[in-house]
Ligand binder design. Structure first.
Ligand SMILES: NC(=O)c1ccc[n+]([C@@H]2O[C@H](COP(=O)([O-])OP(=O)(O)OC[C@H]3O[C@@H](n4cnc5c(N)ncnc54)[C@H](OP(=O)(O)O)[C@@H]3O)[C@@H](O)[C@H]2O)c1
Length: 337
């Protein structure tokens, strides 16, 4: 039996779902994988740093032991040391512009040889290569399965099941909020009503612009290009258009004609680089993307050997995202044992 001490940054939807899932799977982790765990550290902006090497319950935390407004690497490392962390889970909010401070959190852990598992796309989009190389240099693992399509395996699929394959490109629907808004517009609602429906379904945030204007999908495209295609790309290199300017009449007419509008994310190799875009497109009748509804997601990869490999997610939730982190945890500790 191997015992691991875990630290958690962020305790919102995904952080809480992760703690619940770890608890629900405790017996299975022990019996099937020989893994025991104790949560010894929690940190969020408002809760600050908490640690107890004997274990703590994040649902009953008291006042912060140390403020965490803008924690630096040294403060995070002091906390990880005090909590005797083996693994750090990062479920902090995305800063799409810089990826910080999540990049600093990942660096703090990896420099200490602590495995780092994140659901936050910022570190992948802005610092994937540096963090991957740092992990390798320190004998630690850096994992991020939950960042794109939650618990649905994409990165581990390519890492383990598809050796020696080159991804030429991909095309898919990666943002469920816009998919739901378009479906509402097809059903006769206005754009604003569609946004409200997505908010009521717990998908869109109060400020829905990250989804509606294509930023969320653009960040996911950047993550897939960097990891799965192994090509560097900046967010500014990705052509981006959202669904804000689509007229409901246009959206309804397109669906009636059997060629509905979808916010399509795509990338392909071109001239030694990558051409990538996120934009509303009318998809052809018979295209599997035409049938992706509501909160589902689908992406088709084209590779040098397999001409089409589709990966789909039906109904993503914080728990499915947390599952991506749990799967990373089991893989990481099984790899290093
Ligand atoms: N929700 C999903 O299904 C899903 C799917 C895929 C990926 N993700 C990614 O997973 C992450 C978490 O999502 P969520 O839905 O759980 O968000 P959330 O409910 O808003 O929770 C975010 C948590 O992060 C903490 N936090 C924010 N900024 C921080 C900082 N600078 N330092 C430390 N803690 C910080 C917040 O703490 P305070 O409350 O103290 O501010 C809060 O506890 C995001 O990066 C998101 O993009 C989510």
């Amino acid at each position: 039996m191997a015992h691991y001490t875990l630290c958690l940054i962020g305790f919102g939807n995904v952080g809480q779902a992760l703690v619940r899932l770890l608890a629900a799977k405790r017996g299975e982790l022990r019996d099937r994988y020989g893994i025991e765990w104790t949560l010894t550290g929690v940190m969020t902006r408002r809760l600050g740093f908490h640690h107890d090497p004997a274990g703590l319950d994040p649902f009953t935390l008291g006042a912060a032991t140390m403020p965490a407004q803008s924690p630096d690497v040294a403060a995070v490392q002091a906390w990880l040391r005090a909590a005797r962390a083996d693994v750090l889970f990062d479920t902090s909010s995305l800063n799409a512009e810089t990826g910080e401070p999540a990049i600093a959190y990942m660096r703090a852990a990896l420099e200490l040889g602590v495995h780092a598992i994140t659901a936050n796309k910022g570190p992948i989009v802005h610092a994937y290569r540096q963090l991957r190389d740092l992990a390798q240099a320190r004998g630690a693992q850096f994992r991020f399965e939950a960042t794109v399509m939650g618990g649905t395996p994409i990165f581990s699929l390519f890492r383990h099941a598809l050796p020696a394959i080159t991804v030429q490109g991909f095309r898919g629907i990666l943002n469920s909020t816009t998919n739901l808004i378009l479906a509402e517009m097809e059903a006769g609602k206005s754009f604003e009503d569609g946004v409200r429906a997505a908010q009521e379904a717990g998908l869109a945030e109060t400020d829905s612009s990250a989804d509606v204007d294509g930023w969320d999908a653009t960040v996911k495209v950047a993550a897939l290009v960097q990891v799965v295609m192994d090509m560097p790309i900046h967010l500014g290199d990705i052509e981006r258009a959202g669904i804000r300017d689509l007229h409901p009449e246009e959206v309804r007419a397109a669906r009636a004609a059997g060629t509905p509008y979808k916010l399509v994310s795509s990338a392909r190799r071109h001239d030694g680089g990558v051409l990538a875009s996120v934009r509303p497109e009318r998809v052809a009748a018979g295209d599997p993307l035409a049938e992706v509804r509501g909160v589902d997601a689908l992406v088709r990869f084209d590779t040098d050997v397999l001409s089409g490999l589709s990966v789909g997610e039906h109904g993503g939730t914080p728990t499915t995202t947390a599952y991506g982190m749990l799967a990373d945890f089991i893989e990481v500790v099984s790899t290093v044992r």
